[in-house]
Write a protein that binds this ligand. Structure first.
Ligand code: AHM
Ligand code: MG
Length: 328
């Protein structure tokens, strides 16, 4: 085995490929990785909260214990705003765009994030994650427009999974790379270079309790997958997008959160969840659609809009489109 490559070194080497790069983007990425380490530390302690003091109680130093998703949100802001490089931020946790300090107003980038996705899994020790996307600032506009860009304009997207180990996976549009946190040195080390999703897989991930609320095309698709003539599919549903996505990215298959009669646009958010994951999957050789079109082509209208998300290997995603076309 060669010497380990740290995330910091990797980011620096990537930066050197761009003649005009001044390091702003690298700094943002480094700071997200820093926030991820802090969040990871707290996530690992989560089970101890009941022993050391409950969420609502005040801890020994007088600080109020915070919910982990609120805490994670604060860590992301604290890591990004002082860089002065981010003119706008939006978080799934917060209704409107986040205020930035004066020195950040000239920043050239806009960052969107879901600080702790899969929050219903926190209390039961199941993997959760952080998702982020970075856009270049749109010139001659207020910063909100920079946040409302179509996903195809992303310059970087990634996620952190807090699982049996903590991993940082990201792409700048030239390959997807995964780094595993080595707690003994406190660094993310390159463990999964140039990740490619298989062209088809054996996993489908969907919350099937919604079956009777789906359109016929979705029901027929799932029925077909279950009796596929060429291979035996298996169902996996963790209920954390990051964890379900990460597994399918490595093993192949499809993740679906389609619309249903109760949730007309599905459940997941375009800006914080669907777009970053779609950018990653396309860079890994897969696909992401809403049933009619490519996720990355959708022009967002508001920060928190939801979108049906079908994402994964090419074969399963294309098949889904065919079924929707045929059965509605
Ligand atoms: P959250 O943003 O409130 O955590 O919800 C998003 C999560 C995703 O991580 C996951 O894929 C989905 O909700 C699961 O939904 P369901 O509980 O309907 O199965
Ligand atoms: Mg979420």
């Amino acid at each position: 085995m060669g010497e380990p490559i740290s995330l910091s070194r990797f980011i620096l080497e990537e930066q050197r490929k761009y003649k005009n790069a001044v390091g702003d983007f690298s700094l943002i990425l480094e700071q997200i990785a820093f926030a991820a380490k802090i969040i990871s530390r707290e996530v690992n302690k989560a089970g101890l909260v009941n022993i050391l003091g409950s969420i609502d109680s005040t801890n020994k130093s007088g600080d109020k214990q915070q919910k982990l998703d609120v805490y994670s949100n604060e860590q992301m802001i604290k890591a990004l705003d002082p860089t002065g490089k981010v003119c706008a931020m939006a978080s799934e946790e917060i209704e409107d765009m986040l205020p930035v300090s004066d020195k950040s107003l000239e920043g050239k980038y806009a960052v969107v994030f879901d600080p702790l996705d899969g929050s219903s899994n926190i209390d039961v020790n199941v993997s959760i994650g952080t998702i982020f996307g970075i856009y270049k600032r749109v010139e001659d506009s207020d910063c909100k427009k920079s946040l409302l860009q179509a996903g195809k304009n992303l310059v970087c997207a990634g996620y952190v999974i807090y699982g049996s180990s903590t991993m940082f996976v990201y792409t700048t549009g030239q390959g997807v790379n995964g780094f595993t946190l080595d707690p003994s040195v406190g660094e993310f080390l390159l463990s999964h270079p140039n990740i490619k999703i298989p062209q088809y897989g054996k996993i489908y991930s969907i919350n099937e309790s919604n079956y009777f609320r789906w359109a016929k095309g979705i029901q027929e698709y799932v029925n077909f997958i279950k009796q596929h003539p060429d291979r035996q599919y298996t169902l996996r549903w963790i209920g954390s997008l990051v964890a379900d996505f990460h597994r399918n990215l490595l093993k192949g298959g499809v993740f679906l959160y389609p619309e249903d009669s109760k949730n007309k646009n599905g459940k997941l958010r375009l800006i914080y969840e669907a777009n970053p994951m779609a950018f990653i999957i396309e860079n890994a050789g897969g696909m992401a659609v809403d049933g009619k079109q490519r996720i990355l082509d959708i022009q967002p209208e508001e920060l928190h809009q939801r979108v049906p998300l079908i994402i994964g290997s090419k074969y399963e995603v294309e098949l889904y489109m065919e079924y929707r076309e045929k059965y509605g």
